[in-house]
Design a protein around this ligand. Sequence first.
Ligand code: GDP
Ligand code: MG
Ligand code: K
Length: 265
Amino acid sequence: MTSIALIGNPNTGKTTLFNSLTDKYAVVGNWTGVTVDKKVGTLKHSAIQVVDLPGAYSLNPLTKDEAVVAKYLLNDQPDLILNITNASQLKRNLLLTIEVLERGLPLILILNMIDDLRRSGQSYDLVLISQRLGCKVLTTNARGHQGIKELRQQIINYQEVPAPQLRLNYPPMLQQAIRQAAEALEADFNYSPAVARWLAIQFIDQNKAIREYAAVHQLTPLTSQVRYYDAQQFADQIYNTRLAFIEDLLHDAEQHAAQGDSSQL
Ligand code: GDP
Ligand code: MG
Ligand code: K
């Protein structure tokens, strides 16, 4: 069965979007913990399964909610991920986007709450954002039911959404550690290159859910090789590289929009 997953930070409009896409009744609310378990519905007039996951700021779980998302990406293989973001808080939201893009599954980035962004007078060049991240970008106002038809069309054509190839330029020593671990995971455990690399990055980043998974599955390329590195230094480098990438991206996307170079919000 085809399934698509909604992933994003808390309060970005995931449940609002879920409710307008699916037939199934679901409670909308923003109390923390209201969606600790994933909610499943079906896309209206289709058999496509839609999964509403709890909000998370990172795949490295600090809370039970966040652990659900990390475990979902470890154990499930959705045909498409909808990454819902608050368009006015992209700097923070895109940190999760990068982690999910690195997983390598087809993904559409949704800049939701586009009404708020427009009201604030801000705009971004969507083509630039799409090119740098290597994924499709759509805008929605989930509360006002805007952009839903276009999104629905993209979901139905999920087979045309390519797998992302995002490769951030992590510092050389870190890059080498990632590559070594990833190559061993591919060779010895048959992981695909994208998943192997994602597991290596997440393990080095001290993701608790991934470390548990690596221990249970005895992923020795991770548990034996990587532990010799300075874990905290690498985790800092991962965060700093992602943040610098996002800051550049948003700076350029704003400038291009201001110059009217191409498609704007
Ligand atoms: P979730 O935590 O990601 O599931 O977010 P919710 O769907 O619960 O939405 C959080 C709040 O944002 C609710 O009050 C929604 O009505 C509101 N909201 C959702 N989408 C939009 C949107 O596109 N624009 C605006 N202005 N508000 C929205
Ligand atoms: Mg929700
Ligand atoms: K249905």
